[in-house]
Every structure is written in C-alpha cells, then in structure tokens.
Design a protein around this ligand. Structure first.
Ligand code: SAM
Ligand code: TMP
Ligand code: ZN
Length: 408
C-alpha cells in the first residue's frame, strides 16, 4: 500500500508516487564547527485523487526554513535580475498604470522585482519573513514587512494600505502549505478588478525533464493549470491566464481574478487541454516518472564512483536547494564531490546540508579547474556556460543529470 495523506487543498486522498527518504532542510547550510543536530524529514511526494494537486506528504515547519539565516538571494543570477525587471516594467505599464495603484509582493526576497516598481514611484509592499533578505530589501529603500503572508497579514495590510491592484508571488506560493489562509487573505486584499499573479515550477516540465531535484521541502506544491483552477474556484477566484516561462527549468505564470471579473485568455483552455492529453497525474505517468528518477540516481552515482576510481577531480557547481535532494537521495558526499562552488557569501565556508560537502567561493574553481563539474544550478545553464568557457577550454567537462545523466 502506498503512503497517503489528506490533501492540503481539498481534503482528498493524496497518494504517494515517489519517496526520497530522509532529507535535511534544503537551505540549511552548516556553519563551520557546528555541533547542533540537523533536522531531517521524510521527502515523499504524491498527487491528490480528487483535485489532482501534486504535493508533499510531510511538512517542514516554516520557521526552520525561513529565518534570519535564510541564504537564498534572488539577485544572485543576472538572468533572473533581468527577468524580474521585465515583470516589474510590465506591471507598471499595465495593471499599475491607474491612479494610486498598490502592489503587494509575497516573498519579495532581496527586492529583485520591487526595486523597479519602487523606482517608478508606485505604492508597494513586500512581505518577506526571512530577515537575511528582508533587511537587504529595506536597505534598498523598498517598503517591506518582515512577516509570513497569511490571512491575518492580509487583514493588517488592508487596514493600513487598502486594496491591492496586484498581488504577486514568484517561487513563493508553492512554498506555502497553508493555502486556504493565503487565498482567503488574497481575496480580502485584492481590489475588485485586481489580479493575483504567481509563477512557480510547472509540474509538466518536471515530468518532461525528470527534474526530480525540483522536489524538496520548500517546494510543497507542484502546480498545473488543472490543479490551480480547482484551487482558485474553492476561494471564489478564477484562473484567467496561464503563461509558460523558460526560467528555473520551466515555470507557469498563473493569473487569478475574482470569479467573473476578467475575461479568460485562450491560453488557459489550451494548457488545460494539453495537460489532460498528457495524463499528467495519471498513475502510469507518475510511475514512469519514478522509474526515470531511479535510473537518473543510479546513473549519477555510478558515474561519480567510476570517475573517483580513475582518480579524477570532481566538484559541484551551484550549492542549490535542489542539490540537497540529489545529494542526499543518492548518498553522495565529499568522497565523490570535493567541494561545491557558489557565489553566495552566505553559503561559502559552510557545509551542504546532510551531505556535508564544503561550499567554496567561485575563485577556488577558477584558480585550479577540476576535471569535472556537476552542474547543480542547471536552471542557470545558459548564464553559467557563457561565463565558464575557460573551464571547457582547459579540458573541463560538465556533468548534468537533467534530463538524464550526461557528460559534455
Ligand atoms: N521571489 C523571489 C524569487 O523568485 O527569486 C524569492 C523566491 S525564494 C525561493 C522564496 C521566498 O519566499 C523566500 O524569500 C522566503 O523567505 C519567502 N516566503 C516563504 N514563506 C512565505 C510566506 N508565507 N509569505 C511570504 N513569503 C514567504
Ligand atoms: P537556484 O537554482 O535556486 O536559483 O540557486 C542557484 C544557486 O547557484 C545560488 O546559490 C547561486 C548559485 N550560482 C552560482 O554560484 N553561480 C552562478 O553563476 C549562478 C547563476 C548561480
Ligand atoms: Zn485535493
């Protein structure tokens, strides 16, 4: 009997399709000499038989993930800085063009998107619980409330600032298990003709590319147009647009409005039809996905062991939260990967969670190129390939595992 739990959206039966075993908190990089025990949880993912929402069966308490030491800084990628500038410019020119328009961003992180909105002189507020990044936002002169967004937060914002023309969340809504409270809050805070826009990894892209490392504690939900439409309806909201995005390995930007308030774009029906045709959450599809994950894990481990036996120097590139799933699921540690390089100061000098591989500054990599580098930040491949041509020129090889293990 597969494990099951109650759906966090509709109360239906969530049946597991993949168990990654015990996992550490993905962004909990260990400080040097730390003797505090790490927190582990069981990473199991399943699909709801009623509303189709794909979700984790177990939850890590939010305060363990999002706090003063949270080490993910959105501005660390040039490509993502451009992406969010584009998002902001589009809002400024459209939804925020009216008089005294107000925008709220959930999970504004270091202000990568709101910066452009603030510079345009538009009324705004970021809601960001992680002090490490909220403080950076505030220091940039952007209005930020250091808090988790939920219904009570929405009420407090409403009382202080009034209704929002836009509520926006990038790579944040899928992080929040308590969706009922969030959507009630969104509905109260949103202006009558306002929009709730959010972009998150698209489950169809995860299945298509076997990007199993998108599955980790912070990603509680794996959205599709079908599951989002059903979720919205429960709260008097409607999915009125859905746009596929190339960032982070494939995402969808969903637009919700109050039921009947906006015309529905043709893209919604198109995406729903494509998902139905692909039988995305059918048992057979999910079982094939699991088989491909098992194979990718075995292929990666045996490749790394072979290279080790040949005396090759192998490192990791990008100490991503995603890499926690790969490293801990495959049982890969410092004996197979000497270090992981990452440009984020908050991660450097620490050890990767669970697998305890040292995280080192980028310069360690360029000072003495290894034979092989495992590309854990594969979603930033274009940006990284462009700047690491010298590694290839020096004879270095990339190891990728999405989609499938290959050396190039
Ligand atoms: N929006 C940025 C981006 O796309 O790069 C940041 C994404 S980051 C992966 C997720 C952010 O959501 C973190 O900064 C985290 O602190 C924040 N977060 C987590 N739970 C939240 C909640 N309940 N309300 C608001 N923000 C939350
Ligand atoms: P993400 O995949 O969750 O966005 O995380 C990317 C991680 O990779 C983050 O810790 C920053 C790091 N990184 C580098 O070290 N070098 C780079 O060129 C890029 C784009 C990211
Ligand atoms: Zn459900």
């Amino acid at each position: 009997m597969p494990e099951s739990s109650a759906c966090r959206i509709c109360g239906g039966d969530v049946v597991a399709f993949m168990d990654f075993g015990e996992q550490p908190v993905s962004d909990c990089f260990l400080p040097p000499g730390s003797s505090a025990p790490e927190h582990f949880y069981r990473l199991v993912v399943g699909a709801c038989g009623s509303c189709t929402m794909v979700q984790l069966l177990n939850e890590v308490p939010r305060e363990r993930m999002f706090h003063e030491d949270y080490p993910y800084f959105s501005s660390g990628s040039a490509r993502m800085r451009e992406h969010f500038q584009g998002v902001a410019e589009r809002f400024v020119a459209t939804e925020l063009a009216g008089d005294d328009a107000f925008i709220v961003e959930l999970g504004c992180n270091d202000g990568v998107m709101l910066k452009t909105v603030a510079e345009a002189g538009i009324r705004h507020l970021g809601v960001e619980p992680s002090g490490s990044v909220a403080d950076v936002t505030a220091a940039r002169g952007i209005r930020v409330r250091k808090d988790f967004f939920e219904e009570s937060t929405a009420r407090a914002i409403l009382a202080e600032d009034g209704r929002a023309a836009v509520i926006y969340a990038a790579n944040t809504l899928c992080h929040i298990p308590y969706m009922g409270s969030v959507l009630r809050g969104v509905r109260e805070l949103l202006a009558p003709d306002g929009v709730f826009v959010f972009e998150d990894p698209y489950f169809a892209d995860i299945v298509r590319q076997t990007s199993f490392d998108q599955i980790y504690d912070e990603h509680f939900y794996y959205f599709t147009a079908r599951s989002v439409a059903a979720m919205a309806r429960r709260h008097g909201l409607e999915l009125v647009d859905a746009e596929r995005l190339p960032v982070h390995g494939g995402e969808v930007r969903y637009t919700l409005a109050r039921e009947g308030a906006r015309e529905r774009a043709a893209a919604v029906a198109e995406l729903l039809a494509a998902e139905d045709a692909a039988e995305l959450t059918a048992r057979a599809t999910l079982e094939r996905f699991r088989d491909r994950v098992l194979k990718a894990g075995e292929d990666l481990t045996s490749l790394l062991r072979d290279l080790r036996a040949q005396g090759k120097d192998v490192v990791g590139y990008g100490a991503t939260a995603k890499s926690a799933t790969v490293l801990n699921y495959c049982g890969i540690g410092p004996e197979l990967i000497r270090y992981v390089t990452d440009t984020t100061p908050a991660k450097q000098g620490r050890l990767t969670p669970g697998s305890h591989i040292p995280v080192v500054p980028h310069q360690r990599f360029t000072d003495a190129y290894p034979h092989y580098a495992v590309l854990f930040a594969w979603n930033h491949a274009e940006e990284i390939m462009a700047k690491e041509q010298s590694f290839r020129d020096a004879g270095g090889r990339w190891i990728r595992y999405v989609p499938g293990v290959r050396v190039s």
